[in-house]
Design a binder for this molecule. Sequence first.
Ligand code: NAD
Ligand code: MN
Length: 497
Amino acid sequence: MKTYNLAHWQQQAKELSIEGRAFINGEYLNASSQQTFECISPIDGRHLANIAMCQLEDADKAVLAARAVFEKGTWSKAAPAKRKKTLLKLADLIEKNGEELALLETLDMGKPISDALNVDIAGTLRSIRWSAEAIDKIYDQVAPTPEGQLGLITREAVGVVAAIVPWNFPLVMASWKLGPALAAGNSVILKPSEKSPLTAIKLAALAKEAGLPDGVLNVLPGFGHEVGKALALHNDVDTIVFTGSTAIAKQLLIYAGQSNMKRVWMEAGGKSPNIVFADAPNLDEAAQAAAGAICFNQGEVCTAGSRLLVETSIKDEFIKKVTEAMKSWQPGNPLDPKTNVGAIVDQTQFERILGYINKGQDEGAKICCGGDKATPVANGLYIQPTMFSEVNNSMAIATDEIFGPVLSVITFNSMEEAIAIANDTPYGLAAGIWTSDLTKAHKMAKAVKAGSVWVNQWDGGDMTAPFGGFKQSGNGRDKSLHAFDKYTELKATWIKL
Ligand code: NAD
Ligand code: MN
């Protein structure tokens, strides 16, 4: 990666021309109603673009196009090797346009430009390439039948997939769905968050340039309760794949039940425990990881390590170490490559986080660091990474997903107590365990109800392993070959010989 400075990115931001229209059946269009909504940067309040406000009519148009091309088979019946080639080309184009995409992500949702480049764009590339590379290497099966029968077990693309994604990693979350969905031959309608629509809109043009047939990828910006709901209730959408809050995930299940029983696959919220035992191999490393687990991406991470469970015997020492580590995570201008904490996505989220900081104090928790807004850039939305001690697991700051840089420290006295606290949540997305005792590590890893467990580290993961949640953190998995389960139906074909 080339090294740039703040002035470079500021200049690039000035020169950007931003597309705000929807993309349906291979062309950019205004919303049928001609209505738009404003896209404002949380970095400094600047106006970025007017965005097409898609609604029911636009959803109908996109579903019609997606269905038509699916039935025609231009993409759905193309050889897997052909689909692979096109998607690899798309990945190359994303790479070529990586700096512009990263800049759009940073301006739109406030994350540091270095993360946008090294995490978001890099992760998007990896996801699309990995899924593309997999698709001509996955085999179907033959059942172990008696003589005289042939039992074929095959997978078919489901058809029209609507992907509804959040704003915290806009392009990466989209790519976790698009990679396997498109590789498997589906037509997709991507509904980005109203808080971060810019990169999804730009991606559509790159898909067209890569040679994806018209109608195979459509992008509908707009509000969740309007165009999102229209897609979720649509009788000709076969599958909804979603990343977002647990509340909306539940709503999607209702919409599916009210309409065509479309499949609903959800990656939802989390309140993940990061559990530090006194016998952790290296407390300094654990403290640095604990700070990163809540500060990275402004804490706007579904797997944020938002509950720090610390064994009582090391409580004071460890809190001191984390407080020290938090000092290296301070809000700065997101366009400065040195910044590691950016702006909060929008005013609503900003106020929500500050509200929880007040609530934590009201409930009797003690602020160890942070606790207020910050102003590294005038008119921007910034919050100091904040740590609370004296938290018990029933306080709002311990039960609710805040989705901001707010850490709650809770103490425990035994392995049993650590397990009980860790699992005392409706969520089950991730958990961290720090110990040198191999048996304890394995016992804890089994006992914690979470889709990802990290031992002596935080946030392990790769395209090669599934990602998703237990309990109300979701169902199904993104990434790895398991992801293809969501984008295919199983068929059993019996042939009498
Ligand atoms: P959100 O649930 O408010 O919105 C997610 C998406 O759903 C957006 O595109 C939104 O427009 C759409 N939506 C909203 N209401 C809808 C409706 N009635 N019908 C259809 N669509 C609707 O979540 P958010 O605020 O964008 O993102 C934050 C949440 O996402 C957090 O809870 C976080 O934990 C979760 N998240 C989870 C993962 C994961 O992989 N598990 C990853 C990132 C974020
Ligand atoms: Mn935005």
